[in-house]
Write a protein that binds this ligand. Sequence first.
Ligand code: BO1
Ligand code: ZN
Length: 260
Amino acid sequence: GQNFGYDGDQGPANWSKEYHTCIGKHQSPINIDEHNVTNVSLPPLKLIGIDNPHQSYVTNTGHTVTLKINESKAVMLSGGPLRDTYVFEQLHFHWGENDFEGSEDLINNHSFPMEMHAVFYKEDYNSFKEALNYSDGLAILACLYEVSSQPNPTYESIVKVLPEIEKKDMGKVLQEPLLLESIFVPDIAKMQDYFTYSGSLTTPPCLEVAKWIDFKDHQQLSHDQLAAFRDIRNWEGNKLTHNFRPVQPLEGREVLHNIP
Ligand code: BO1
Ligand code: ZN
């Protein structure tokens, strides 16, 4: 079922009781130790369809806030460490109870208050669900956030609707079409500076099907913008104060750092 959580009996330490893949050897998230990465120069990472606005809707899944767009195959990812073309499925967020934790991947053991995942499935597999059956099924862009004194205007349209999707399965179409470019990457000029490694979904069923691409550059959100996420409710009706999985063993995996 979907009844996993982030505390106690339902917490990450117990996920593997119901979902055996959660104790696999290629799990996410990880700590990225910048002194233990392999510097590489990969072909350009290409994001198409993010430079024009898309009608978007946000949903409270009971585990996170997800954003989807209405058009299919309008946003695609290729290049970099990827052999094929990947289709945008959804993006969502992970956060913590306070401004000192919340990210899933850590950099040099440092936590950030929030992390965004933009999930893409391999076009050849035709759907997100089908792609989950293949080790190269998904590509996931990750972006880390820092706390800033000023609210980030780009995120205001999302933050504003959070009180209207307080309960699980509530959804809302954003008033204005959203320019995904400004959500995906802090600065398009720094997009080729990223870490990449092979890993898993960070929630049950923890399938080991994802190529992770973590932008090195960060985005900013104010304390109040971060706090708005902590007020939505989970599948049990309690406040979803935090939804990040702790880091998992690297188990000999190599983390690449693409130097533009
Ligand atoms: S993440 O980016 O690794 N945090 C991630 C985690 C889970 C999903 C996508 C990205 N998707 C989930 C769906 C569930 C579904 C599950 C397996 O995949 O949200 O509804 O049950 O199909
Ligand atoms: Zn995620």
